[in-house]
Design a protein. Structure first.
Ligand SMILES: NC(=O)c1ccc[n+]([C@@H]2O[C@H](COP(=O)([O-])OP(=O)(O)OC[C@H]3O[C@@H](n4cnc5c(N)ncnc54)[C@H](OP(=O)(O)O)[C@@H]3O)[C@@H](O)[C@H]2O)c1
Length: 247
């Protein structure tokens, strides 16, 4: 046990689940949330078998129901006694051109990835101010660096989350609150398995180790993995629209 605790949204699968497994092996007490409660129960059972005595709390939480998040997160904090880290990770993607696909699908991406993350981080800040310390982490994306066709709402959602968290870091500058914005490239999870191309793909376990190291170092922001994405990010911003349109 290392006496640290983390709350993770979107912990039932993909990066959130992989990070939960990695941090459990590092001794973190966990509060795991997602919509699919039965998946959380299976992860809780697995972790308690592998790490007897480790505290793993779970709660069904749909981040798009923003008015419910504070109460659920406060309840989990009470169960864990304190929360060192709140990780706004839950997210969805929807591929479709604007005007040729249902508007509601694009708006749902914004509701989950932007409003859901903002409400998670808002709850985190309130709890951290009350307890006197804390660390906010969010999963943005390299998609934050440029708007790509068929993913307008997703790219916009990640740009919004990154900018929101940069502002949050400035707002909490004089408090004992840290802010880390992670920008993954392609990490093998359900969110991208249907894509034709996944350049520089890494597996979720490797991604989780990298993310856990970055969180423990409290980096302000980073691509995941760092390379080649840190070099490609400025390039993505400068590519002509004619090239982006072909992607
Ligand atoms: N994998 C990548 O290459 C990559 C790259 C850049 C950014 N990201 C970001 O990383 C985050 C995690 O994605 P992933 O790759 O792990 O995808 P994933 O395997 O599809 O997992 C998504 C997770 O988010 C949860 N979720 C979705 N909607 C939710 C909602 N309304 N309320 C609560 N939980 C919700 C899902 O749980 P339930 O369905 O049980 O609710 C699931 O646990 C996302 O924000 C994604 O945009 C991923």
């Amino acid at each position: 046990m290392n006496n640290k605790s983390i709350l993770i949204t979107g912990a039932s699968d993909g990066l959130g689940k992989a990070l939960a497994l990695e941090l459990a092996s590092r001794g973190y007490a966990l509060a795991l949330t997602a919509r699919r409660f039965e998946k959380l129960e299976a992860i809780q059972q697995d972790l308690q078998n592998r790490h007897p005595g480790l505290q793993v709390e779970i709660a069904a939480m749909d981040v798009s129901r923003t008015d419910t998040l504070y109460d659920t997160i406060l309840d989990l904090k009470t169960r864990l006694k304190k929360l060192d880290i709140v990780f706004a990770n839950a997210g969805i993607a929807y591929a479709g051109k604007i005007g040729k696909s249902p508007l509601d699908n694009h708006l749902q991406v914004i509701q989950t990835n932007v409003n859901g993350a903002i409400a998670t981080l808002d709850a985190g800040v309130r709890i951290f101010r009350e307890q006197g310390f804390g660390h906010l982490v969010g999963t943005s994306s390299v998609a934050a660096y440029r708007g790509f066709p068929r993913n307008a709402a997703y790219c916009a959602s990640k740009a919004a989350l990154s900018t929101f968290m940069e502002a949050l870091r400035a707002e909490t500058y004089k408090e004992d609150i840290s802010v880390t914005v992670l920008h993954p490239g392609y990490i093998d999870t359900d969110i991208n398995r249907a894509l034709d191309s996944r350049p520089f793909l890494i597996d979720a376990k490797k991604g989780a180790v990298m993310m856990a190291n970055m969180i423990e170092k409290k980096v302000a922001r980073s691509t995941v993995p760092v390379y080649p994405w840190a070099l490609l990010a400025p390039l993505l911003r400068r590519l002509p629209t004619s090239m982006i349109a072909k992607m």
